[in-house]
Design a protein around this ligand. Structure first.
Ligand code: MG
Length: 229
């Protein structure tokens, strides 16, 4: 194939969401003295965050939740699950999380190496379902911004992956045809199925080696992009 452009997802594909969230939550655990109640450890705080957050994002991606719902309810649901009495709910922690987490700079292994390799051969772009305000901070702070020509967020388009509208919008902005682009992402539904249904090739970034996902390419390390591109 003669690709001219590579479109990347951001969270969990280039920007190390889990490590960055973990660092932030461990910091907040300390500053809000969440150990005081002897109810849960920093690790349990993180594990519960991931569980709740993941389910909220799945619902959001499927248009089952409105935009503000995740931010407004995430920590409430986490503390409910951790059995923290409402009285002790640390108000402000949701905003502190939103302020601090996007400034974390951990990236997925080989992200920078592979972007340096690709940047001379392809136009590079971002297509994300994340929110404008935090995604731009993540890209800037982590040093990823300079690699990308177009950054398309679901918020600016008014449609989310996997809907065809957002892929069509991205292609128009990039100025490319379907056969000239390939989508790289970690999400089997939004990134892979979305791109596939729209009619562009896909690379499923699949470090957990999930089975049964229909995709053009399946990789478990970003390094393997060198074999494809
Ligand atoms: Mg992702």
């Amino acid at each position: 194939m003669s690709y001219k452009h590579v479109i990347f997802d951001l969270d969990h594909t280039l920007w190390d969401y889990n490590t960055n969230a973990k660092e932030t939550l461990f910091d907040l655990y300390k500053s809000y003295r969440l150990g005081y109640h002897n109810l849960f450890s920093p690790q349990e705080f993180y594990d519960t965050f991931m569980e709740i957050n993941e389910s909220l994002w799945v619902a959001y991606n499927n248009d089952k939740l409105a935009k503000g719902y995740i931010r407004d309810n995430r920590f409430k649901l986490i503390f409910e699950k951790l059995k923290l009495p409402l009285l002790n709910y640390p108000s402000g922690i949701d905003n502190d999380y939103l302020f601090a987490c996007p400034k974390k700079t951990n990236k997925i292994e080989f992200a920078v190496e592979i972007l340096n390799y690709l940047k001379t051969k392809y136009g590079l772009h971002i297509l994300t379902n994340g929110f404008n305000d935090v995604q731009s901070v993540k890209l800037d702070r982590s040093g990823l911004s300079p690699y990308f020509q177009e950054v398309v967020t679901s918020e600016s388009v008014g449609a989310k992956k996997p809907s065809p509208e957002i892929f069509a919008y991205a292609l128009e902005k990039i100025g490319a045809s379907k056969t000239e682009v390939i989508m790289v992402g970690d999400n089997a539904n939004t990134d892979v199925k979305g791109a596939r249904d729209f009619g562009i090739d896909q690379v499923y970034f699949n470090p957990e080696e999930n089975q049964g996902v229909e995709t053009t390419f399946d990789i478990k390390s970003l390094k393997q992009l060198k074999d494809i591109l």
